[in-house]
Design a protein around this ligand. Structure first.
Ligand code: SLL
Length: 268
């Protein structure tokens, strides 16, 4: 139960925590992904749906439970995963079809926040904006592994004081965080003050940081990726502007020609 102090919200303050959610699917294949015994004949893939921290940092200090609602054709299609400190919220299944998964996030009790819902389309088959992207997913280094991952930020508006304390206390290097409930400022009683620094390009657990650089296919979300996306958008914008200009010029030409034709028509 929240005490008096924790019932006070911090006005006009908003705090966020990054997280990743999505699915990873693998086709069954006698060598790379053999079908375990007992799996129905019509199941073609194994897949996983998850909610986790960036760089695999712990998020159980703000998220206590995740409910995954799967397709109704799947036995016990509503699955609940309770927090295990330091571990992702993850569910593994097998199947044959794609569908939308409803992901319900339940926050720790200090937050006094109502659960929230996300929707995620389970992808089993390679996809992409272009055929090239699709082929890359099919034949890339992950060979047939289909990842559909999203970076997101959980925003807590006007958090309760006690929850704000939970969110902001105990930032520590991700390497130290491994499952512990989190100390105060990374300092244990009787221990010497420890300097808290992010690892090279990495993040501090219990913080809102995201990595500076990319660290392989399993860690695609970073400032570097963001910068690449920004560059892509800038290039796309230039292209769109060029196309708009060209279309305008063509339109002007056609309007001019139309005028001429009308004038000729009036004459004749
Ligand atoms: C489709 N609209 O037709 C979708 C439905 C359902 C997928 C996909 C069953 C697994 C199981 C399964 O994969 N259902 O029986 O455990 O593509």
């Amino acid at each position: 139960m929240a005490d008096k102090k924790s019932n006070k919200r911090i006005k006009s303050l908003s705090i966020h925590r990054p997280f990743i959610y999505g699915t990873t699917a693998r086709p069954f294949d006698p060598i790379r992904n053999p079908k375990p015994p007992g799996i129905p004949d019509d199941h073609t893939h194994s897949w996983e749906v998850f909610v986790k921290g960036v760089d695999d940092t712990d998020i159980t200090y703000w998220l206590r439970r995740v409910q995954f609602k799967l397709h109704e054709s799947i036995p016990n299609h509503v699955r609940i995963i309770d927090a295990v400190p330091g571990k992702p919220f993850s569910l593994k299944e097998t199947g044959w079809g794609e569908f939308e998964i409803t992901i319900r996030l339940y926050y720790v009790s200090e937050s006094n926040e109502k659960p929230q819902t996300l929707y995620h389309h389970l992808r089993l088959h390679p996809y992409g904006r272009t055929e090239e992207e699709k082929e890359e997913m099919k034949n890339g280094p992950d060979g047939g592994v289909v990842k559909s991952w999203n970076y997101d930020e959980q925003i807590f508006n006007e958090p309760y004081e006690s929850f704000y304390e939970v969110l902001t206390t105990g930032a520590m290097p991700a390497s130290m965080a491994g499952g512990q409930k989190g100390g105060k400022g990374g300092k244990q009683k009787g221990e010497k003050e420890q300097k808290i620094e992010r690892s090279e390009g990495g993040v501090l657990a219990r913080s809102a940081m995201i990595p500076l650089t990319n660290r392989g296919p399993d860690y695609p979300f970073s400032r570097e990726t963001e910068q690449c996306e920004i560059e892509k958008l800038k290039k796309a914008l230039v292209k769109v502007e060029e196309m708009t200009k060209k279309t305008k010029e063509e339109l002007e030409k056609k309007e001019k020609r139309l005028k001429e034709l009308k004038a000729e028509g009036a004459k004749g």
